[in-house]
Design a binder for this molecule. Structure first.
Ligand code: GLN
Length: 546
């Protein structure tokens, strides 16, 4: 049977619970165990697919097409384990399951209640498909004390009883702040947070205390005493120069040793942390640097492009360079003319236009793409970025000024980017209605893409058939492919049936590739994505035309 580790948080949000859960996973893997990571989300949305990236950050997409929280991205990047729709469980999803069962009559006339019906559904979701792993690590979103989180904590309390205390472990992540006027680290917020957790019937076994400086012996003793925890189970979580050092730093603090001791497993043998040492040294001791401009829509919130950010760092790791990112709101290029372009893009080694929704900023993206094309600056377009690359070629080169996407202009008579209502997924016909609910109109999840032999992308990937993750409603209209090719923009990747353009590239440019999918979701620090590695390599060697 799998052992279960629950990760809760207290005092404030944004303490890096997701990274903690992911790092525990990485450390257990480094000891040879098989792990699975899951996130419980207290919000009422069924999934974050319909939430604004400004509010919620990136929507991370799984192979099987679930739209999930960005923490699942951390889980995949730290463990390499492919997440599934079972690994993101929101209150909205739990309730919708329970209500469906109630309507079906599954509860045989019972009054449906939070306890036991909602908590049973939460427990079922935690346990599903967990038979084949040694550890399931469950992160609970939000902080203890949130009203929305109560049913989840109650389910954890019950599960610890159901499964036995030796088979479960509770890790609580808190903040130990430094108060300059007192010149002291304060343990009281942590004490209160643990009391709150205890009032729900959960005694934490390990405290992970985030702090900006070392936690002294005296404070540790106090935390252990007041929180009813062994002193060696008070783990210090200091800020580190790169997130990829977190597993090493937690290991040095004894985190995985305490986890193993709790479960009665061998704690004496050291884990093999060589991959994390290699990655951290590549990030901390780069041999050069490049600057990449990301010209997008949600640039004011870095979390909105979390996986993209990390994939670019991975591209740097592959080439042993530091990648400086400059986030530019595409709207800035809509009015500023050449002066704004030179000022913002004059010094960069590469330009990337990422995904996004809605018209705002898209004209600015097209201006940036034209700049990259004409000046031989390495260019990478992703999803909306690919669609805008195609519009740039059609408007500025093929002379079809009216070229548009039906996302921005439903009535356009030049629908170069348009919504399809049917497409193939392997052998299966997929369908969506343009007037269906928002959650149901996306092409989302992993799809195969066949590449043209001899193309730049086939060479970069080193194969002809790939599988990448998608999340979009609109597609490049294949009837324009010939026209695009005349302008030097070749479609070099399509769905296996040839119907949906997936990749475009230019041969007359040092590095100019745009893709309909999101390659950033599959990049790992220990296995940088080939497109990002190649893009950064091109940025290092770029010779722009002024
Ligand atoms: N808005 C575009 C579409 O829906 C692109 C989506 C994206 O970039 N993820 O097709």
């Amino acid at each position: 049977m799998a052992r279960f580790i629950f990760v809760t948080g207290g005092v404030v949000s944004s303490l890096g619970k997701g990274l903690t859960a992911a790092s525990i996973g990485a450390l257990l893997q480094a000891r040879g165990y098989k792990v699975l990571l899951r996130k419980l989300e207290p919000y009422i949305n069924v999934d974050p697919g319909t939430m604004s990236p400004f509010q919620h950050g990136e929507v991370f997409v799984t192979d099987d097409g679930a739209e999930t929280d960005l923490d699942l991205g951390h889980y995949e990047r730290f463990t390499g384990v492919t997440t599934t729709c079972h690994d993101a469980i929101s209150t909205g999803r739990i309730y919708s399951e329970v209500i469906t069962k109630e309507r079906r009559g599954d509860y045989l006339g019972a009054t449906v209640q939070v306890i036991p019906h909602i908590t049973d559904e939460i427990k079922r979701s935690i346990l599903v498909n967990s038979e084949d792993v040694d550890f399931v690590i469950i992160e609970i979103g939000g902080t203890v004390g949130d009203i929305e989180g109560l049913p989840f904590l109650e389910a954890l309390r019950q599960l610890r009883n159901d499964l036995g205390f030796n088979n479960t472990l509770s890790v609580h992540v808190t903040l130990v702040p430094y108060i300059p006027t007192a010149g002291e680290l304060k343990t009281k917020p942590t004490q209160h947070s643990v009391k709150e957790l205890q009032s729900k019937g959960i005694q934490p076994d390990i405290l992970l205390c985030r702090s900006d400086r070392e936690i002294g012996v005296e404070e540790r003793r106090k935390l252990a005493l007041f929180c009813n925890i062994k002193p060696e189970c008070v783990i210090e979580g200091l800020d580190v120069p790169t997130i990829y050092q977190v597993p090493i730093s937690y290991h040095q603090q004894g985190l995985d040793t305490e986890v193993c001791k709790h479960f009665g497993l061998d704690a004496l043998t050291s884990p093999d942390l060589s991959i994390w040492e290699k990655i951290s040294s590549a990030v901390k001791k780069p041999e050069g640097e490049v600057t990449i401009a990301v010209v997008g829509k949600y640039t004011s919130l870095v979390d909105a492009y979390k996986s993209l950010n990390e994939a670019l760092v991975h591209g740097g790791i592959a080439n042993r360079v530091k990648v400086n990112l400059e986030w530019i709101d595409a709207e800035e290029f809509e009015e500023g003319g050449q002066t704004a372009l030179i000022e913002k893009l004059g010094h960069v080694h590469g330009i990337l236009v990422p995904g996004g929704f809605g018209k705002r900023g898209t004209d600015g993206m097209i201006v940036a793409i034209e700049f990259a094309r004409k000046r031989n600056i390495p260019f990478f377009g992703i999803c909306l970025g690919m669609q805008m690359t195609v519009l740039e070629a059609m408007r500025n080169m093929a002379g079809l000024e009216a070229a548009d996407s039906t996302e921005f202009n439903e009535k356009t008579n030049a629908p170069v980017i348009a919504m399809l209502t049917e497409w193939m997924r392997g052998e299966l016909l997929q369908r969506h209605q343009a007037d269906g609910d928002m959650g149901g109109t996306m092409r989302v999840g992993a799809y195969d893409c066949a590449m043209t032999k001899g193309s730049k992308v086939a060479e970069i990937y080193g194969k002809d058939l790939i599988s990448e993750r998608h999340r979009h409603r609109y597609e490049v209209n294949a009837t324009f492919a010939e026209e695009l090719e005349k302008e030097g923009l070749r479609v070099t990747g399509t769905s296996p049936d040839g119907e949906l353009p997936e990749i475009v590239e230019r041969e007359d440019h040092p590095w100019f590739v745009a893709v309909q999918f999101h390659p950033e979701f599959k990049s790992r620090p220990f296995k940088p994505h080939p497109l990002f590695a190649s893009f950064i390599e091109a940025a290092i060697h770029q010779e722009r035309l002024i």
